[in-house]
Design a binder for this molecule. Structure first.
Ligand code: C2E
Ligand code: CA
Ligand code: CA
Ligand code: CA
Length: 279
């Protein structure tokens, strides 16, 4: 048993070393990723349950790494947050989203809005609001085409600064969404104090919503709470017809998830929309 224990330990440390090496390598490569134009935005549509239309898509970043292939955000966003490089990546995301909106503006996809993810760290940056305004203006895109998704962490730290930033953004006309709603530890008071347009119920409540009574109760309560405050509700991670039916019956406004589509490149999204695949 002792022998086995030692082997396990060795295996474990080797695995850790490998991960650490990869981490360091990726961290170094991140230095050049922006200059080499290696980031891409994938888009995941949100289905409006009231009229079965698609009017908004969430932009999710991917890194087309020259050797490792297409990397998901979990492989590099935490690294970028630690090093502070997230600020530049976030600016790129905003600019790329506005460029895409400009492309869609005249044509069959002119109804689409794009939601981008901003971390608390990115909101710390004093000039991010100016940058967003500039990205919109440079591309001739109306502010209400852009949505910003934020997690509840922004209601726990730097509250005054964040309220100030979000108030400015909202005044521009940018829509604000609370991401991963229900998994944070903040009080509900911020729903009163912050200009929130949308709540996105976290996938962890949706996965078993048709099987688990408590998840169903929480989901219904969140929908009612939001509606009574004049806030729209998006359910995240919808994968089954049964979940869709439940959410429709309980007046959820929008759903997002693999049932409708995985995140896909812009060209694929256009194809899917125009061929009615998402109807
Ligand atoms: P998120 O904002 O909560 O995004 C939703 C995640 O759930 C996405 O993972 C999406 O692909 C995945 N997802 C969507 N529908 C389903 C479903 O039906 N089932 C399951 N199992 N998963 C589903 P992704 O693209 O890997 O992104 C992970 C996280 O990375 C995002 O979580 C977000 O927090 C962060 N992220 C993505 N893009 C950006 C970005 O541009 N900036 C920042 N700061 N963070 C980003
Ligand atoms: Ca999000
Ligand atoms: Ca989310
Ligand atoms: Ca998340």
């Amino acid at each position: 048993a002792k022998e086995q224990g030692r082997n396990t330990y060795q295996f474990y440390t080797e695995g850790m070393q490998e991960r650490e090496v990869m981490r360091l390598e990726l961290d170094k490569d991140l230095n050049h990723a922006l200059a080499n134009d290696e980031f891409v935005l994938y888009f995941q549509p949100q289905l409006d349950l009231n009229d079965s239309s698609i009017n908004s898509v969430e932009a999710l970043i991917r890194w087309q790494h020259p050797r490792r292939g297409l990397l998901p955000p979990v492989d590099f966003i935490p690294l970028a947050e630690e090093s502070g490089r997230i600020t530049d990546i976030g600016r790129w995301v905003v600019m790329a989203a506005c460029r895409q909106l400009a492309k869609w503006q005249n044509g069959p996809y002119s109804n689409l809005r794009i939601a981008v993810n901003l971390s608390g760290r990115e909101l710390d940056d004093e000039s991010i609001v100016d940058h967003i305004q500039e990205a919109l203006e440079t591309n001739g895109v109306p502010a209400d085409r852009l949505e910003v998704e934020l997690t509840e962490e922004i209601f726990i730290q730097n509250i005054e600064h964040n309220l100030n930033q979000l108030t400015k953004l909202h005044k521009l006309g940018v829509h604000l969404a609370i991401d991963d709603f229900g998994v944070g530890y903040s009080s509900l008071g911020y729903l009163r104090d912050f200009p929130v347009d949308l709540l996105k119920i976290d996938r962890s409540f949706i996965t078993d919503v048709t099987e688990r009574h408590d998840d169903a109760v929480i989901t219904r309560a969140v929908i009612n709470l939001a509606h009574n405050l004049g806030i729209q509700v998006v359910a995240e991670g919808v994968e089954t017809r049964e979940q869709l039916t439940f959410l429709k019956n309980h007046r959820c406004d929008l759903i997002q998830g693999y049932l409708i589509s995985r995140p896909i490149p812009a060209a694929e999204l256009e194809k899917a929309l125009s061929s009615g695949l998402l109807d």
